[in-house]
Write a protein that binds this ligand. Structure first.
Ligand SMILES: Nc1ncnc2c1ncn2[C@@H]1O[C@H](COP(=O)(O)OP(=O)(O)O)[C@@H](O)[C@H]1O
Ligand SMILES: [Mg+2]
Length: 260
């Protein structure tokens, strides 16, 4: 076996230190220290109101849009403080977001996916067609919509619309994808298909998956963090947490369904 100096640790995709979020002065989340490695899938579980969405909002700098929201501590993307992005558009292009309910734009299926590439200057029809097909394929939706790309996105089924949201998030080639309880309005079969998509995307994208389904974290996430009443109780390899290796009894209680 050849030994040598350990390779340098990669710069985390996301790094939080003492991260907190307040709304009108009231803490929603505090003291989060967490690194997310490139191409990792990090699951975040925890009961309603524990600060999961606030964490995603901090990464996406939603404090610019939500009155009374303040971020404290430090939070970086690829080693760069998210508050240093003067141009939030540049930050958002790198961060794709999928919300609990599909947020359909009043556009055709095609245009939902082509919008971001157009805004960033892609003009050629062949190139746009290629991007639209690729993103719809990656979101496991292409086969169902290839013959009706001109249909309004809002006329698709709920599960299809959520996959359309994912295709749209992918169209800007993000290197970080944030999903917030994506399966709330989606049937179990679609949920499984999207979980397969996430496992495939892992080759290219870092994913933070906030989920209300504890077992979804188990199926998909490399590591899982447990949030409770505005704190991160612990984070660890998913298998270890689910196999009784949690350090904090509250984590085990939650995973085993004793509360939440
Ligand atoms: N826009 C807001 N204004 C005021 N309080 C908020 C706002 N968003 C979230 N909160 C509060 O922050 C806390 C954490 O919420 P959230 O991050 O949405 O939790 P989770 O996603 O885990 O359910 C909750 O007490 C919630 O009421
Ligand atoms: Mg939430």
């Amino acid at each position: 076996m050849v030994t040598g100096p350990a390779p340098p640790a990669p710069v985390p995709k996301v790094s939080a230190r003492g991260l907190g979020v307040r709304f009108h002065g009231v803490p929603a989340l505090s003291g989060v220290d967490l690194d997310v490695a490139p191409r990792e899938i990090l699951g975040i579980i925890g009961p309603a109101g524990s600060g999961k969405t606030s964490f995603l909002r901090a990464i996406n700098r939603m404090d610019e849009f939500i009155p009374g929201m303040e971020i404290e501590g430090s939070l970086s993307l690829d080693g760069r403080d998210v508050r240093r992005f003067r141009n939030l558009y540049a930050l958002r292009r790198r961060v794709g977001v999928v919300f609990p309910l599909p947020v359909g734009l009043p556009l055709s299926v095609y245009d939902n996916v082509a919008l971001s590439p157009r805004l960033s200057g892609v003009r050629g029809k062949d190139e746009l067609d290629g991007i639209v097909e690729k993103c719809l394929r990656r979101a496991a939706l292409w086969d169902e919509v290839r013959d009706r790309l001109d249909t309004l996105g809002s006329l698709l089924s709920g599960g299809q619309q959520q996959r359309l949201t994912i295709a749209r998030a992918l169209s800007q080639s993000p290197d970080l994808l944030l999903l917030d309880e994506f399966s709330i309005a989606v049937d179990p079969v679609t949920t499984m298909r999207i979980e397969d998509v996430l496992r495939e995307l892992r080759e290219e994208v870092t994913i933070i998956l906030v989920t209300n389904l504890v077992q979804q974290a188990r199926r998909v996430a490399d590591r899982t963090a447990f949030f409770l009443t505005g704190e991160m109780v612990e984070v660890g390899p998913t298998e270890a947490l689910f196999e009784g290796g949690a350090r904090d009894p509250r984590t085990t209680d939650y995973i085993e369904g004793r509360f939440g």
